[in-house]
Design a protein around this ligand. Structure first.
Ligand code: MF3
Ligand code: CO
Ligand code: CO
Length: 270
């Protein structure tokens, strides 16, 4: 069953979305050669707890799995998702995906980004840019009366232009009081298929694109997912709410929301 959120619940989704976006932007500003993923994890956990929120990932344990031990997923280069933090300094030329979620007043916000560490190759820059474009396209397809397959199609048709491997073993998802709710939202699909989208639905849209094969495997730590061919992978994620007026991105900072309003006003003026 897909849970449509009430106006009151949507306000709580907005609050947690803004908080996790502030954490994301703080981490974005920290990423540099020499910093370790443990440093990023510690900063994220502190920000969440200082704000009165719970790091949703710590202890997260899907059936048959071991509990996830960190506040963030830090996935470097060929790591796709669910990477463990460690003390290795990030190196110029790496790319790093940071995925994070917290729970505030009973509701979850979930967001991810991929960043270059220092200067990276054009090939990696393009992979990151197209992953963000796919996220935007998936969000734009998240409209009342569209279907979940329209989201997957919007993402797939763009990723396909570049020949990227679209990860199939992990998907976006509904989100609310639980981090993972129905429906699953694959990053591929056919227009007009799967569940109909209604007002009040909240989704985490999260394309994962690989330079090479879409195939994945999991490391012996039981969590870290890497590409089968060792080529790089990028991930971008927002939590959104479907409203009668269109998709609303919940995981934006106050500053980013203000900027968007300004951009829209400037667009309307031309
Ligand atoms: N946040 C991930 C997602 O985007 C799930 C991470 S599960 C964890 O759905 F256990 F690794 F934290
Ligand atoms: Co996430
Ligand atoms: Co997610």
């Amino acid at each position: 069953m897909i849970i449509a959120k009430s106006a009151k619940d949507l306000d709580k989704m907005r609050a947690v979305g803004e908080l996790i976006a502030e954490v994301r932007e703080a981490l974005r500003a920290m990423v540099n050669p020499g910093l370790s993923t443990l440093d990023l994890n510690a900063a994220a956990e502190k920000m969440m707890r200082d704000a009165g929120a719970i790091p949703t990932f710590i202890g997260y344990k899907p059936y048959g799995m071991v509990p996830f031990p960190f506040a963030i997923c830090a996935s470097v280069n060929e790591q796709i998702v669910h990477g463990f933090s460690n003390s290795r300094p990030l190196e110029e030329g790496d790319i790093i995906s940071l995925d994070m979620a917290c729970t505030l007043n009973g509701f979850v916000g979930d967001t991810a980004m991929t960043l270059p560490v220092g200067e990276v190759t054009d090939e990696l820059k393009q992979l990151i840019r197209v992953t963000e474009e796919c996220l935007d396209l998936g969000i734009q397809a998240s409209r009342v009366n569209n279907r979940v397959g329209d989201i997957g199609w919007a993402i797939q048709q763009h990723a396909d232009k570049f020949g990227y491997g679209i990860v199939r073993d992990y998907t976006g998802h509904g989100i609310g009081r639980s981090m993972h709710e129905a429906p699953q939202i694959p990053n591929y699909g056919r227009p007009g298929t799967k569940e109909r989208i209604r007002a009040g639905y909240c989704f985490a849209i999260e394309p994962m694109l690989n330079l090479g094969t879409h195939e994945t495997r999991t490391l012996s730590d039981k969590w870290t997912v890497v590409t089968m061919d060792g080529k790089a992978s990028a991930h971008a994620e927002h939590t959104i709410a479907v409203t009668a007026d269109g998709p609303e991105i919940l995981t934006l900072t106050k500053e980013q929301k203000k900027q968007r309003l300004n951009d829209q006003t400037a667009m309307a003026a031309v």
